[in-house]
Structures are given as structure tokens and as C-alpha cells.
Design a protein around this ligand. Structure first.
Ligand code: FAD
Length: 310
């Protein structure tokens, strides 16, 4: 219940322009409160963070932040920015893995152009052996995001994967379909506040569905990513994998930059592959607010850092 209220509240706050302006002023300064979760505002900072992650034996995926852009020009700009990121990552010699959102590429404005923009990125990425993960956004975009993945698949792209959310009952069927295609899935609980009827409303239901989906994906054998910071979900995954003789190289765990760094290190030390999702860019505010909504205790360090500013 508290979880639902807090997510709803942070959803509303995420749209607040005055708050965004205030946060932008302080959040990303050296030692600023947002730096815990955001690697930086430019690609060089993201690459430095990625190098530090790789030095500890983990892998990474870079996410150039931005979502729900309002014009085709912005979608084109985001696409070009991603193409630039592909170049920079290639030059830097770090792991070649990107995450992106379709609303950033123009999905809400014109689906065909969004598909073209994604194709531009996938072409550049494929020629340099990148993997591109299409993040899953809130439920109005679930079907269309899956449709776009299928279009890409039909057109022969194989360097692309998707995300499914255990909060949505429909995900079981979607997971089976992705297994059939051979498309790689990142399993998450779901970051968005969703209406009754579309999504499970209690943590117990979301967690039970997560375990069920984890089993579907692990037995599908398409190298799923189990993305969670919940020790119970990770324990269930490891137990199931052991029972079925699924070795750790047939799946990976993914976690967000700055979240449960203790567990990231512990799993790596135990030989589980851990990939860190590294967000960067100037449009970090909505992403940051979702992280606060997931764990309101994080507000403590925001307030502390703001007080220290004065
Ligand atoms: C790599 C990755 C990619 C993701 N991509 C997507 C996506 O494409 N679409 C989407 O809807 N969602 C995505 N998410 C977010 C996801 O849906 C959840 O909202 C988020 O991971 C929190 O859920 P949890 O599984 O960690 O479990 P929870 O039950 O929320 O949390 C379990 C425990 O993890 C810790 N924890 C969780 N969140 C935080 C936090 N913000 N700060 C500090 N501690 C925390 C706490 O100890 C908490 O008790 C992604 C998550 C990861 C890890």
C-alpha cells in the first residue's frame, strides 16, 4: 500500500517543473545527490563509470537518458546522440551494450519514424557487434513495444532484446513468445504505477509472478537477464538454476547503477555474471524520481546533500 502511494506521489513529482529546475541546479554537481544513481551528464562520464565497473569484474549497459520527447526533431536528435554513443563506446573499447526507450525515439509521435530511428541505431550497432536492449515503459506502450521488437525480428535483426515486467499478468504469454522467437528478455518487476486490471497491485503478487517468469525464461534458454535487487528473487533464481542444472553462464543478473552495490560485489565474487545499468545524460530527473519512489528512504541522502549545500 505504502509502495503504491509512494510510487504515485513520485510519479506526480516527476512531472513538476519547479522541482526539476531545483534538482538540476544541485543534483549533478560534484558530490550532488543524483550522482549516486546517474553516472554523469555526458558520455565521457558514463564511459569512466563503465570502466570502473568493468575493472571490478562486472559488465555494463549504457542508457542515454530521455523519454517521452515531444517532437520528431527531438527524436532525431536522440537517435543521433545514440549513434554518437555507439562511436564513442567503440573508440573507448568498453563492453558494447546499450539500453534505450522507444518513446525517446518518437514512439508517441509517429510509430513508423520511431521504427526507422531504431533501425538506424541497430544497423550501426550490428556492424560493431553491439547488443541493444529496448527498455519497457508503462502499460500504454507494452503492446506497441513488443510489436516493434517483432518487426525488427522479422527484418532479421538479432542484436536486439526486450524487457518484460512481472507486474503485468500478460507477461507470461509474452515471455513464451520471446522464447519461441529466441529473443533475449530482461525480467524486471516494473517501475511504473499501473492501474488495477492491468497490473498486480501487491508486492506478493508481483514477486510470485517474477519467480514464475524467471522459470519460463531460464528454461527457454535464451540467456535471460534477471534484473532485480531483491535478495529473495536472486535466491529463487539461483536455486532454480541449480535444481535444473542451468549453469551461471546461461543467464545474468542485472542491477541499477548505485543500488545494492554490496550485493553486486558479492554475486560477482561468487561467480554470477552481473551487468550494471548505467544511466547518463541531462534528462535524468524522471529516472531519478522513479528510483526515489521505489525506496523513499533514499530521500534521506537527498535532503542531507541539499542541507550540506547551504
Ligand atoms: C538493470 C535494470 C533494468 C531495468 N529496466 C526496467 C525497464 O525497462 N522497465 C521497467 O519498468 N523497470 C525497469 N527496471 C526497474 C524495475 O522494474 C524495478 O522498479 C526496480 O528494479 C526495483 O525492483 P526490485 O526488483 O529491485 O525489487 P524491490 O522489491 O522494489 O526492492 C527489493 C530491494 O532492493 C533494494 N532497492 C530496490 N530499489 C532500490 C532503490 N531505488 N534504491 C535503493 N535500494 C533499492 C532495496 O533493498 C529493496 O528492499 C529495471 C531494473 C534493473 C535492475
Amino acid at each position: 500500500m505504502i509502495d503504491r502511494v509512494s510510487r504515485g506521489l513520485f510519479d506526480v513529482l516527476a512531472g513538476s517543473q519547479p522541482l526539476k529546475r531545483l534538482a538540476s541546479r544541485y543534483g549533478m554537481k560534484t558530490g550532488g545527490f543524483a550522482r549516486r544513481f546517474i553516472a554523469g551528464e555526458n558520455v565521457d562520464e558514463a564511459i569512466a563509470a563503465a570502466r570502473a565497473i568493468e575493472a571490478t569484474g562486472m559488465t555494463q549497459t549504457l542508457d542515454y537518458l530521455g523519454e517521452s520527447i515531444a517532437t520528431m526533431a527531438e527524436a532525431d536528435q536522440a537517435t543521433r546522440a545514440y549513434l554518437g554513443v555507439v562511436d564513442r563506446i567503440t573508440q573507448a573499447g568498453i563492453g558494447r551494450n546499450l539500453s534505450l526507450k522507444l518513446t525517446q525515439l518518437g514512439l508517441t509521435i509517429d510509430r513508423a519514424t520511431c521504427v526507422d530511428n531504431l533501425r538506424r541505431i541497430l544497423d550501426a550497432a550490428a556492424s560493431r557487434d553491439f547488443f541493444v536492449r529496448v527498455d519497457m515503459e508503462n502499460s500504454p506502450y507494452t503492446q506497441v513495444t513488443l510489436d516493434v521488437l517483432e518487426i525488427m525480428w522479422q527484418q532479421g535483426y538479432r542484436n536486439v532484446g526486450i524487457v518484460l515486467q512481472s507486474s503485468l499478468p500478460r507477461s507470461v504469454k509474452d515471455a513464451q513468445r520471446m522464447n519461441e522467437l529466441g529473443a533475449r528478455v530482461r525480467l524486471v518487476k516494473g517501475a511504473y504505477k499501473e492501474p488495477r486490471g492491468v497490473a498486480y497491485q501487491t508486492k506478493a503478487d508481483v514477486d510470485a509472478a517474477f519467480v514464475e517468469l524467471m522459470k519460463v525464461l531460464l528454461t527457454g534458454n535464451v540467456y535471460p537477464a534477471i534484473a532485480t535487487h531483491d535478495p529473495a528473487m536472486i535466491a529463487a533464481t539461483r536455486q532454480f538454476a541449480t535444481e535444473r542444472g542451468i549453469s551461471p553462464d546461461r543467464y545474468e543478473v542485472q542491477m541499477l547503477y548505485g543500488v545494492r552495490r554490496d550485493m553486486q560485489a558479492a554475486l560477482t565474487a561468487e561467480g554470477i555474471g552481473v551487468r550494471i545499468y548505467v544511466p547518463f545524460g541531462r534528462e535524468w530527473f524522471p529516472y531519478f524520481m522513479r528510483r526515489l519512489g521505489e525506496r523513499p528512504a533514499n530521500i534521506g541522502f537527498v535532503v542531507k546533500s541539499l542541507v550540506q549545500e547551504r
